[in-house]
Design a protein around this ligand. Structure first.
Ligand code: SAM
Length: 289
């Protein structure tokens, strides 16, 4: 018996990763939606085994099957690191999956999601309704506009946590990976303030994104930063990071609260948090401190 190949007659969605000399494919049944919004090209596919798939400008954003890994790791580690997070701002995150996770924390009083493209949210409501289940929570507010400008205009000390859940650093998201943006975040954050940002793959983007991100966050005034690792099968290389920076240390977290959390998660727990903080040798040698 020979192993099936992608030339087996089925239809496949493929994201080519030029930089990695690699590609990732999902078997699809049909394309459910295709549109050019004022900001980007958005596609929704129905796959055979990963549920629905959202693609922006040819890059996989999320699948129904594995988005929980990313959304839980973009939210809970930061929320359990801050001593008492009440005011949270999500920059990007239009699919609302991160918003849903943040709202699981009863101490959070207000979460503002600032995505530049309302169409992403409207399509998520249609094709990923489970991610939008908490959108009508009275603590949630959706605002559609540029996150860079929003942070620039925010009142000093008015936020506890900024979560940057953006597309890759191209197009409207490019400025979200800059020292100037981190400086504005630093000013908008309160005393124990934190920022967490999706920071791509350690295998493919360590020198080009992860390391410069640490440098820029430190240069912007953050006292400490660390990249948390987690698996994300639908992203290039399958190995992903979220980089957490704080006005205070970020490697200690509220372990007891994480252990006693009164809400369900599928991946995150205190042990996973500790594991995600363990640093590969090349991260340690590349650290800017
Ligand atoms: N998990 C995803 C990933 O890493 O591929 C990110 C998902 S989320 C859909 C990314 C969102 O960032 C998009 O909805 C996009 O509209 C938004 N975005 C990009 N640039 C932005 C900006 N400058 N301000 C606010 N939102 C932005």
């Amino acid at each position: 018996m020979t192993a099936p190949t992608i030339n087996d007659g089925a239809d496949w969605f493929t994201e080519v990763c030029e930089k990695g000399g690699s590609a990732f494919s999902l078997r699809v049944r049909k394309k459910l939606h295709d549109e050019h919004s004022p900001f980007q090209h958005i596609e929704i596919w129905e796959t055979t085994d990963f549920g629905n798939l959202m693609v922006i400008d040819g890059f996989v954003m999320l699948s129904s099957r594995d988005n929980y890994l990313y959304h839980e790791m973009m939210s809970h580690p930061a929320l359990f690191t801050h001593p008492a997070p009440k005011r949270v701002v999500i920059i990007g995150g239009g699919d609302c999956g991160t918003l849903r996770e943040v709202l699981k924390h009863p101490g959070v009083q207000h979460v503002l999601q600032v995505d530049i493209d309302e169409r992403v949210t409207r399509l998520a409501e249609e094709y990923f309704p489970e991610l939008c289940a908490s959108n009508h929570d009275p603590r949630a507010e959706l605002y559609f506009g540029d996150g860079i400008q929003w942070v620039k205009d925010a009142a000093p000390g008015s936020i506890d946590l900024v979560i940057v859940d953006s597309t890759d650093p191209i197009g409207p998201a490019e400025g979200l990976f800059s020292e100037a943006f981190y400086r504005d975040c630093h000013r908008a954050l309160g005393e124990a303030g934190l920022i967490v940002q999706q920071s791509e793959s350690p295998l493919l983007h360590y020198e080009s994104i992860i390391r410069p991100m640490h440098r820029s966050m430190r240069a912007a005034g953050f006292a400490d930063s660390v990249s948390l690792q987690f698996p994300q099968p639908v992203y290039p290389s399958g190995w992903w990071t979220a980089t957490l920076a704080g006005k205070q240390a970020v490697v200690e977290f509220r372990q007891e609260d994480a252990r006693a959390k009164a809400f369900a998660t599928r991946y995150y727990n205190a042990a996973i948090h500790n594991g995600a903080l363990a640093q590969p040798e090349f991260f340690l040698h590349g650290r800017t401190d």
